[in-house]
Design a protein. Structure first.
Ligand code: F6R
Length: 622
């Protein structure tokens, strides 16, 4: 949430910063702004709305400079307006700050500063930072005064934040700070970059250093100095990134979301290539987890938010049904304020596409602390599932399963979800194989099915995209949708509904099909279409009966089903077709037409599919 970029070096800073913001815009797009030091003065240009507006303003306000910071905002405190846009400055125009995060004690600091005569121009929490910093700066700062003022400021702030700071008296210095919100430094030749996400830096360098919590860095054209919050000098070395998956181009697709839907066969294949060995081996899965995880785990707890929470629900089904391990799935945002009593020998799994979701990280950190306090009474492990192994998640968990989903730009998750599901299939099979809860034959059959998935996803996209687009045209005016599924496809009903709400702004609910008659069926009439996931398997007939109950209330029925399924054909008004597949593997296929349905409805309505209103890709605030 919110994106920060910074540059110091020998090139013209503005275009580098604006291009960086473009690559971070998925983190928020309520406003954007840039600050540079030009001819000994601090210049700040800000605009409400998307980056396009800032670009336009910059055509007439040119401030050539070799140093600058920039920001794209997702509003937390204060409406999306120019006066609330970052960078924020102190009242003397000496200091400019961009922030990603929330300053929890800003009211108290603001009151203090107002008493001292400071005047504020925004409703944001961020504005207290430059004002406070300015109050710590001597009239003629020199040497380390800027750094010392930053340290004093940072030690007063409570909350989770990442900062980029410029001071007019230091025209070749950017100071950045990380406290529970991500920041990465890029190393060039006589130039240095910083950003909330490496995507903004990769066009310039692949040599990076991820700041850790509690670190301050000073960037000048001659190098980077690293400190802790006591200003003790730290030494860590940058590393080279593997840039194979860092592509942020649409590659000819109209939207990133559509491109990412099309990438899903490759994502599944990549996950299989990394983690599946020859079926003839004793155990065909090689996740290489700590052996204690396999021996000690008596129950599993999954912590996640949003779409990742839906992946966790499928994970629960797999871990319980294939590996026989009792599993619970918790919303991280709820769990952190009402944790369950600790059970010994628990494996906690944090699932997060970005690896930066504040609630998920906080819930995992809390569990880590609780486990440390109790470690003599049982064995606890914390595992992460993410497509961003370099993210903050790595600082909280003991081990990561890299989903190999690659970077996702569309705000609505598609390929990340599929990659998370794949990780759960492999994890459940790994446990099942090691613990002998499934026969070798059964495991080999499932593995065989997994290997067919890339081709089957490709088939759905190739054969169904046009049909689904045609169906979507009928629903651009629809106000409400219901999605139903049972068993392993209940989470897919939730995910289908979430995709639709997020990008088309149509109210949609996902329900376990059997629950409809306990209340939600009262919503149904001819104006409320029902999407039912009915693939061959244990709950097939049950879902069809539930769909019939909806039809009897005049609901228009759309089935996610196979065209070879004659019974389904006779029940549904429209079919979003998927190939015949074992029910166990079906979520990987049934979610694809639902992603396409949501995509096409939103695109037909002319909405901003990749940057839906009020949302951001990385939810780094609570
Ligand atoms: C929905 C979506 C969100 C995220 C949620 C958690 O399409 O993307 O619901 O799933 O914000 O984000 P991560 O997975 O980054 O922790």
């Amino acid at each position: 949430m919110c994106g920060i970029v910074g540059y110091v070096g020998t090139q013209e800073a503005t275009s580098i910063l604006i291009n960086g913001l473009e690559r971070l815009e998925y983190r928020g797009y309520d406003s954007a702004g840039i600050a540079t030091v030009t001819r000994g003065e601090l210049h700040c240009v800000r605009a409400q709305g998307k980056l396009f507006n800032l670009r336009q303003k910059l055509e007439t306000e040119v401030n050539p400079s070799q140093i600058g910071i920039a920001h794209t905002r997702w509003a937390t405190h204060g409406v999306p307006a120019e006066h609330n846009a970052h960078p924020h400055r102190d009242m003397y125009n000496r200091v400019a700050v961009v922030q990603n995060g929330i300053i929890e004690n800003y009211q108290e600091i603001k009151a203090e500063l107002i008493n001292q005569g400071y005047q504020f121009t925004s409703e944001t929490d961020t504005e207290v930072i430059p004002q406070l910093l300015s109050s710590y700066l001597p009239a003629k700062p020199q040497g380390d005064d800027f750094l010392i003022a930053v340290q004093k400021t940072v030690n007063r702030l409570q909350g989770a934040f990442a900062l980029g700071i410029l001071c007019v008296d230091y025209s070749d210095e950017i100071i950045i700070v990380r406290h529970q919100a991500p920041l990465v430094i890029g190393f060039g030749q006589g130039e240095f970059f910083c950003a909330s996400d490496v995507t903004a830096i990769v066009p310039h360098t692949s040599t990076v250093l991820y700041l850790e919590n509690g670190e301050i860095a000073r960037l000048t054209p001659i190098g980077v100095e690293l400190y802790d919050f006591e200003l003790k000098r730290l030494r860590r070395f940058p590393r080279n990134l593997d840039l194979t998956h860092v592509s942020v181009d649409k590659d000819g697709f109209k939207h990133f979301m559509l491109k990412e839907i099309h990438e899903q066969p490759t994502v599944v294949q990549s996950c299989l290539d990394h983690y599946l060995k020859n079926e003839a081996e004793d155990n065909p899965i090689c996740l290489n987890l700590d052996p204690q995880i396999y021996t000690n785990t008596q129950q599993i707890m999954i912590l996640a938010c949003g779409t990742s929470w839906h992946a966790g629900l499928v994970g629960k089904y797999l871990l319980e049904q294939l590996a026989g391990i009792p599993t619970s799935v918790q919303y991280a945002s709820e769990y952190r304020y009402a944790p369950s009593p600790i059970l010994p020998n628990t494996l906690t799994i944090g699932v997060t596409q970005s690896g930066e979701t504040a609630d998920t990280l906080a819930a995992l950190s809390m569990e880590k602390q609780r486990y440390l306090n109790l470690s003599r009474e049982g064995k606890f492990k914390i595992l992460g599932i993410t497509s961003r192994p370099e993210s903050s998640l790595a600082q909280v968990v003991e081990q990561i399963i890299n989903t190999h989903g690659g970077i996702e730009i569309g705000v609505a998750s598609t390929k990340s979800f599929i990659a998370q599901l794949m990780s759960f299939y492999l994890l459940a099979l790994d446990f099942a194989s090691r613990r002998g809860t499934l026969s070798r034959e059964k495991i080999n059959n499932i593995v065989k099915g997994l290997r067919q998935l890339p081709g089957q996803i490709e088939e759905i996209i190739r054969e169904q995209n046009r049909t689904i687009e045609a169906i979507a045209h009928q629903f651009s005016e629809t106000q409400d949708f219901i999605f139903i599924g049972r068993g392993i496809n209940f989470p897919i009903a939730l995910e289908g509904a979430l995709k639709l709400k997020e990008i088309s702004y149509i109210h949609a609910e996902g329900y376990p099909a059997g629950e409809m008659k306990h209340g939600p069926i009262a919503l149904l009439d001819a104006k409320v279409p029902v999407v039912a996931i009915a693939v061959p398997g244990e709950v097939h007939d049950k879902v069809l009966s539930n769909a019939q109950e909806a039809k009897a209330r005049d609901a228009r029925l759309i089935g996610v089903s196979s065209l070879d399924d004659r019974v389904a054909l006779s029940v549904f008004d429209d079919i979003l077709s998927v190939p015949m597949v074992d029910e166990l593997l079906s979520p990987i296929l049934t979610v694809i037409p639902l992603q396409l349905l949501a995509y096409h409805i939103a695109a037909i309505k002319g909405l901003d599919v990749d940057q839906p209103r009020n949302l951001a890709k990385s939810v780094t605030v609570e």
